[in-house]
Design a protein around this ligand. Structure first.
Ligand SMILES: NC(=O)c1ccc[n+]([C@@H]2O[C@H](COP(=O)([O-])OP(=O)(O)OC[C@H]3O[C@@H](n4cnc5c(N)ncnc54)[C@H](OP(=O)(O)O)[C@@H]3O)[C@@H](O)[C@H]2O)c1
Length: 226
């Protein structure tokens, strides 16, 4: 694979935050990157990156809570590359963060956070299972989780919907890994660290560049995490 990170990659939430930084750093290192987001027409920086890498980066709309959009995404990948080596389920929402605390948890908010952070990635992996297995041994699914989803770390106020959604995503990751193991697909959950994005806030320890520069680590970690 020479200096290639992976051949065919699909990323959700590619228009800002960690997702946009991954596009910046992967665009030169993969054969094809499907950089998806909810509203490509509003994603100006992503559009500029795609224009600079017309052979490598394809942008198309994908809202991970829309099953029809997921089906359409699978069709686009099948048409363009026929296979995927790496699926990064990155899109996520925080559902109110510190103000989402016991006593004020709202059903609609919690349901929406679970839909985006848990149901979406699970449906994505399910829908892309065949395309991931087409490439043969070694395809990887990375579900972007959070340390806030750890069952053993319940201290700190708020973030109830988010914490529950990432804990559930961790279980979904194990379930996906068990289902796809025979097809040679590795599924891992990865916490990116506390990163300065709209979600992480300005006090976060890491810049996006800092965390993403080490994306080779994701690959190594994905393989050793089997
Ligand atoms: N930043 C941190 O410190 C941190 C720490 C631990 C884990 N994480 C995880 O890392 C991932 C990326 O977070 P971030 O910090 O980059 O957050 P961010 O800057 O808030 O970006 C979130 C991304 O998710 C997209 N998104 C939201 N709902 C979506 C949906 N229904 N369908 C498709 N895309 C959707 C957003 O698109 P729109 O612009 O359309 O809303 C945006 O591109 C998340 O899963 C998050 O939980 C982040």
């Amino acid at each position: 694979m020479s200096n290639r990170f992976a051949r065919h990659v699909l990323l959700t939430g590619a228009n800002r935050g960690l997702g946009l930084e991954w596009v910046r750093q992967l665009a030169d290192r993969v054969e094809h990157l499907f950089a998806t987001c909810r509203r490509p027409d509003d994603a100006q920086e992503l559009g500029r990156l795609a224009d600079a890498h017309p052979e490598t980066v394809t942008v198309f709309p994908l809202d991970v809570v829309e099953p029809e959009a997921i089906t359409a995404a699978v069709e686009r990948v099948e048409e363009k590359t026929g296979a995927l080596d790496l699926l990064i389920n990155n899109a996520g929402i925080n559902g109110g963060g510190t103000s989402d605390r016991f006593g004020t948890v709202d059903a609609d908010t919690m349901t929406q956070v679970l839909r985006v952070n848990t149901v979406g990635p699970h449906l994505m992996t399910q829908a892309f299972a065949d395309v991931l297995q087409t490439g043969g041994e070694g395809a990887v699914v990375v579900n972007i989780t959070s340390q806030l989803g750890s069952i053993s770390r319940t201290s700190g106020g708020g973030w109830h919907s988010y914490k529950a959604s990432k804990a559930a995503l961790n279980m979904c990751t194990r379930l996906q890994a068990a289902e796809l193991e025979d097809g040679g697909v590795i599924v891992v959950a990865m916490h990116p660290g506390w990163v300065r994005t709209d979600m992480g806030g300005s006090n976060a320890r890491l810049s996006t560049e800092k965390i993403c520069v080490g994306h080779d680590r994701v690959h190594r970690w994905a393989y050793t995490g089997r």
